[in-house]
Structure formats: structure tokens, C-alpha cells
Design a protein around this ligand. Structure first.
Ligand code: FPP
Length: 221
């Protein structure tokens, strides 16, 4: 959900106002995903690198996330959205936020219309490191280490690899998002800053995806 800071700066507002405006973009996108029949949606809410931001902004984001979960879980639940979180639960994440995340997961865990995964304190490399740590802990011998052994130790092994990854705000980078999972994903880049992103942009990205020719390393046939 990139471009919040720039959206705010363009309006002479503090960066945090850009994050606040990102909430509507997120919920409109969720609505669009429901309309399109998308079953899995993952949003990047806070990366393992975002701790480098000014402390005030980090504090704001922690509170903002708690605030959203408190205010909007009922609505998500009513829409049949299963909410999950992906990332490290380390000491830097406020306890209260972790507790709210757990409550949100518990409350929505029977829903199946859409699984909304919130990548929070998430890094693609950290996820692979954590999977490898689990391999070692499980005592898997080198000969038994294959893609399946790693994939089954990622944060959410039941989630399908993403078909489509959308990067907003005119950046052409993957920025440590789902590194393992996006090996064959189609990437769509848009100049739209996250607070301006709406369901129409999601639909447009899906249309772009439908025009792509996916070969997964093979040939057409
Ligand atoms: C990146 O924009 C955006 C973020 C770090 C936070 C986005 C979070 C939300 C919209 C809320 C998510 C909450 C839940 C519970 C799902 P940026 O600051 O990097 O923008 P810039 O590149 O223009 O500086």
C-alpha cells in the first residue's frame, strides 16, 4: 500500500494523514475483491524495514493498525472475510496490537468468502529465514530439503501463490514482499498512490492480468 507519504506531502499534510487516507483505499479494494470473486488478498501493511522510519510515524502506524482492527472487524466478519496476519511477532510489536490481531483471527476464522492476509512486520527474506530455522528445528536432513519442505514451513502454507501482485505509486520494486511466493506471479505497476486506489484500479489490474500469457517456464500449447 505504497504512496501514502507522497500523497500527503502533495497536499501539505503530515505523512500520517496519508496513512489515514489509505484506510478507505483498503476497504474499497476489499469490496472490489469481493465483487470480483477474488478469494485471496494480501496487503503489505508494515515491513521489517519500516522500523527505520521516524519513531513518531512508527508509533502512529502501530496505533492506526489497532484502531482499524477495533473499528472494522465487525464489518469484515459480516462480509465473510477471514483475516490473517503474516510476519514476525517480535518484541517491537506492541502486545496490545498482537492481542487484537489474535482476536481478529479468532473472530473471523470460520469465514471463507475472502481471506485477507495483512503482512505486518513482514519481510520476504525473514519469512524464508524463519522457514529454514524450522527445517533445522525439525531435524530435516539435507537430502530431504526440497521446495515442498520449505514451502510447507512458510507463514501460511495453505495460501496459494499469488497470481497477481500490484505495486502502487510508480515504484518498480518488489521490496521484500512474498519473495518465495511470487516466483511466477504477474506483476502490475501503477502510478496511482495508495490513498487514491479504488476497486476500479483493482479491476483494471485484473484485466491486465487476463491479457498476460502465463507459461510458468514452459511453452504455449
Ligand atoms: C506505505 O506508504 C504505507 C504504509 C507503511 C502503511 C499502510 C497501512 C495502512 C493503509 C493500514 C493497514 C492496516 C490494517 C489493519 C490492514 P509510504 O509511507 O511508504 O508512502 P511513500 O512511499 O509515499 O512515503
Amino acid at each position: 500500500m505504497d504512496g501514502n507519504g507522497r500523497w500527503a506531502q502533495k497536499r501539505d499534510l503530515p505523512r500520517t494523514e496519508g496513512h489515514a487516507a489509505g484506510e478507505e483505499a483498503l476497504f474499497d479494494t476489499v469490496e472490489g475483491a469481493l465483487e470480483l470473486g477474488i478469494r485471496w488478498l494480501t496487503v503489505y501493511a508494515f515491513s521489517t524495514e519500516n522500523w527505520k522510519r521516524p519513531p513518531d510515524e512508527v508509533r502512529y502506524l502501530m496505533h492506526f493498525n489497532q484502531n482499524i482492527l477495533r473499528r472494522r472487524v465487525e464489518e469484515l466478519d459480516a462480509k465473510g472475510v477471514r483475516v490473517r496476519f503474516s510476519g514476525r511477532r517480535d518484541w517491537r510489536v506492541p502486545r496490545r496490537l498482537l492481542r487484537l490481531q489474535d482476536e481478529t483471527v479468532e473472530r473471523t476464522r470460520r469465514n471463507r468468502t475472502l481471506t485477507l492476509t495483512v503482512a505486518f512486520n513482514y519481510g520476504g527474506r525473514a519469512e524464508i529465514v524463519d522457514a529454514v530455522r524450522r527445517l533445522a528445528k525439525d531435524g530435516v536432513v539435507p537430502a530431504r530439503i526440497d521446495e515442498r519442505a520449505i514451502a510447507s514451513r512458510l507463514y501460511h502454507p495453505d495460501a496459494p501463490d499469488p497470481d497477481l501482485v500490484i505495486r502502487t505509486s510508480g515504484e518498480f520494486r518488489v521490496s521484500n514482499f512474498l519473495l518465495w511466493e511470487l516466483a511466477y506471479s504477474e506483476l502490475v505497476f501503477t502510478d496511482v498512490l495508495w490513498p487514491d486506489f479504488r476497486r476500479e484500479h483493482l479491476a483494471e489490474a485484473v484485466r491486465e492480468f487476463q491479457r498476460r500469457d502465463r507459461r510458468f517456464g514452459g511453452v504455449d500449447g
